[in-house]
Design a protein around this ligand. Structure first.
Ligand SMILES: *Cc1c(COP(=O)(O)O)cnc(C)c1O
Length: 481
């Protein structure tokens, strides 16, 4: 404990020192005329910028912020994305000048480096993986990094394995990442329990050209695969590697570790599990953790989290190369560090337990009214469906109507393996009162689908805009000042 406190103090002291000393190097590229840098035909003569008084701008943005909805306004039950409340202390810490105005090229950066070293040690304890790269800028980028590592491993061993098994309950980014790294995909259909059929897995592995499996666990149905140890055993038996999509690590925190389940590579989503606000698409951080035998393939910079490994002996001669400039999205690493340190071991395992408890509480309350395709205890999230709804009510109708009650909608029509899916993740940060309000609203909407279905079909009624053509809005946005 004492050592932990000393180290933490050292990080903050060093961080302050680096901010105070002005160690940013002198400009070493010739400063020149704009015309020399940008070709004349790309420069414009005039730029019509609207002329509006400051106060109008302030009112405009204040208006927008007040019709916006975020996790600071209310519950955000978006499945597969862990939209939990992010403690404000993280934001304070990341704004310390020693973290926010430093540059990776300045001469003194010990505070930042020490923070990343310690973060990798903490993530080692949490996941059981030995070393980490913090380069990836999001979960999907982490998957791509992991797939490159996996590919290089087989190339290095003179092996031509070029296929990856991806279950149909995986996150959609999994097959996309494996494909981008040059693998072809073997899709495995889940069984009636939402789990991987072991015989089919073994059958696929026997072909001999399968490099491994990419497993989202808990999967996109919010279910933990109870055969997880058998799965990794089968894949290893045929010389494959096991990749763990740990984007939604919430329910595992302090309870169990992918590294102990036989996984060789994983990615985490620090912006989900380890608390960074991430609405609107970014920035994120998707560190990749690997077992000792794969260290030589890591991109730089990398950090050894397992203190038993002798750092002097490491060589990364077979690195896959850079995945992002400098340290990745450093601010998110600071937030994750602050979050883990604030909670400690016991706090983290409470996060794990309460995220599961909250989801199961909602599941139990709602399954009397909504169809629950997989009748099992769930992890941090669960999937309902619009099957059996009266009056042709769809998942979209429910999602739109819930906005009228001042709640954000659940994820709809994902995962694809459930028709008309409504995917709900309350997270551990919601109180019982908030969960009850959500459950009672969903039940009231269920009653409305029977009593006044037309009204539900036309929802939302109280929002600034009604039903938008979401596809058209994305493809042909009409932007105005
Ligand atoms: C969110 C998520 C991803 C993708 O992460 P991004 O940061 O959005 O790229 C991958 N897998 C799972 C299970 C996820 O929930």
């Amino acid at each position: 404990m004492k050592k932990v406190r000393e180290n933490r103090n050292l990080i903050f002291t060093k961080a302050f020192e680096s901010a105070e000393d002005n160690y940013i190097p002198d400009l070493d590229i010739p400063s020149s005329n704009l015309d020399d840098i940008i070709p004349k035909n790309l420069l414009r003569d005039n730029l019509p910028i609207p002329d509006v008084p400051e106060v109008e701008i302030v009112r405009h943005y204040t208006d927008l912020s007040q019709i916006n909805y975020g996790v600071d306004s209310g519950i955000y039950p978006l499945g597969s994305c862990t939209m939990k409340y992010n403690p404000k202390i993280n934001e304070k810490i990341v704004k310390l000048p020693g973290f926010s105005i430093i540059h990776p090229l300045q001469k003194k950066n010990e505070g930042a480096i020490l923070l990343m070293e310690e973060l990798s040690q903490l993530l080692h304890k949490i996941t059981g993986m030995d070393a980490f790269t913090f380069s990836p800028a999001a979960g999907a980028h982490g998957e791509l990094t992991g797939m490159f590592i996996l590919k290089k491993f087989f190339e290095q061993n003179g092996n031509q394995k070029n296929k990856i098994i991806v279950p149909d309950s995986a996150h959609g980014t999994n097959p996309a990442s494996a494909k981008m790294a040059g693998f072809s995909i073997i899709e495995l259909n889940s069984n009636e329990h939402g789990e991987i059929p072991l015989e089919e897995l073994e059958f696929a592995m026997q072909e001999g050209d399968v490099a491994g499996i990419m497993l989202t666990n808990p999967n996109t149905l919010g279910l933990f695969d109870r055969n997880i140890l058998k799965i990794t055993e089968i894949v290893h038996k045929y010389d494959g590697l096991c990749y763990y999509d740990g984007a939604n690590l919430n329910p595992m925190l302090g309870i169990c570790r992918p590294g102990d389940m036989g996984f060789d590579i994983l990615h985490l989503n620090l912006h989900k599990t380890f608390s960074t606000p991430h609405g609107g698409g970014g920035p994120g951080s998707g560190p990749v953790g690997i077992k000792e035998g794969l260290i030589q393939f890591l991109p730089e910079p990398y950090f050894i989290g397992n203190e038993k490994i002798d750092k002097e002996k490491i060589n990364i001669s077979h690195s896959i190369g850079k995945m992002k400039s400098f340290w990745g999205n450093f601010g998110i690493l600071v937030r994750a560090y602050a979050y883990i340190r604030a909670l400690g071991k016991n706090g983290l395992s409470r996060v794990g337990k309460v995220s599961v408890l909250n989801a199961n509480y909602l599941r139990k309350r709602l399954q009397e009214f909504y169809h629950l395709p997989y009748q099992r205890i769930c992890q941090h999230e669960f999937v309902l469906s619009d099957k059996n709804f009266p009056n042709k009510i769809t998942a979209e109708d429910i999602a739109k109507r819930i906005l009228d009650y001042g709640i954000y909608a659940p994820t709809v029509y994902f995962p694809l393996i459930v028709d008309g899916a409504l995917m709900i993740e309350p997270t551990e940060t919601e109180s019982k009162e908030a969960l009850d309000y959500f459950a009672e609203t969903m039940i009231r909407i269920y009653q409305e689908t029977q009593n006044k279905p037309e009204f539900v079909h036309k929802a939302p009624h109280n929002t600034p805009v009604g039903r938008l053509d979401a596809v058209l809005a994305a493809r042909k946005p009409v932007l105005k000042e």
